[in-house]
Unconditional design. Structure first.
Length: 259
């Protein structure tokens, strides 16, 4: 595993945990952090033994406060990796599920990282916003596109055109948060969701994620249903395709191999 300066990674069986580790900057990401995030998620994508990831932030104040504007103001070289902010916002080829465990503020790019994940589990002190218009910018790392695809348009526009901060409870009500947990129990909650995913066939999970997201690219529902998804074929040709029904018939837990 690679050594990182601005993030931490942890393996726990088939689970991979990535922690943005810049609490002194409220886990804001500067280019070196973004490139480390990309490397970590490249590692997750390439390892057949890693099935689910959790991304979170160090400390209890911030998940990620977005782009490190101080670094930019100090004249730091502004680069962005191929896979986008946090190594995730332009990563469209990863069919393994990612859970955002949002432990505090998720502002701008930080919210965009969370929106690029498949589930958002939030602490009760989490706050979300796309405040870029307040500083003459816009949420160009996918926020202006992902948020309206996650919640009703008028609610998304209400957030984006004002830049207002949305607390975790409202995020749950709006529908972009899956669960709100006490701050001290956030990672337990995220791990519980990961464990539920890990009970399922990893190839079925990947096929499901691929079909959902790629199906949005089809113009009609019938075409989405008829479309060919490589992950579905991989699932059907796998050992796990036999193991699942066999384990069910034998009334035992399946022994997934991911192949």
């Amino acid at each position: 595993m690679s050594d990182f300066e601005f993030i931490k990674t942890e393996r726990d069986g088939n689970l991979f945990i990535v922690t943005i580790n810049r609490p002194e900057r409220m886990n804001a990401c500067h280019p070196p952090c973004n490139f480390e995030m990309q490397a970590a998620f490249d590692e997750f994508a390439a390892d057949d033994d890693l099935w689910v990831a959790i991304v979170t932030g160090a400390g209890d104040r911030a998940f990620c406060a977005g782009n490190d504007l101080r670094f930019q103001a100090e004249g730091g070289k502004m680069e962005r990796p191929e896979k986008g902010f946090g190594g995730l916002t332009a990563r469209f080829d990863l069919n393994k599920p990612i859970i955002a465990a949002v432990n505090g503020v998720a502002m701008g790019g930080g919210f965009e990282i969370a929106l690029a994940c498949d589930l958002i589990i939030a602490s009760d002190n989490a706050r979300f916003a796309l405040p870029e218009p307040k500083v003459g910018l816009l949420a160009a790392a996918g926020g202006v596109h992902r948020l309206p695809r996650s919640i009703p348009l008028k609610q998304a526009m209400g957030m984006m055109l004002t830049g207002r901060h949305v607390p975790a409870a409202e995020g749950l009500q709006l529908g972009f948060v899956n669960e709100v947990a006490p701050q001290s129990e956030l990672m337990d909650a995220a791990r519980r969701w990961a464990a539920m995913i890990l009970e399922c066939s990893p190839l079925s999970i990947r096929a499901t994620k691929e079909a959902v997201y790629n199906g949005f690219n089809e113009p009609t529902l019938p075409e989405a249903i008829k479309a060919v998804y490589p992950g579905m074929e991989a699932m059907r040709n796998s050992e796990d395709f036999i193991e699942g029904p066999l384990a069910f018939s034998e009334k035992r837990a399946p022994n997934w191999k991911g192949r």
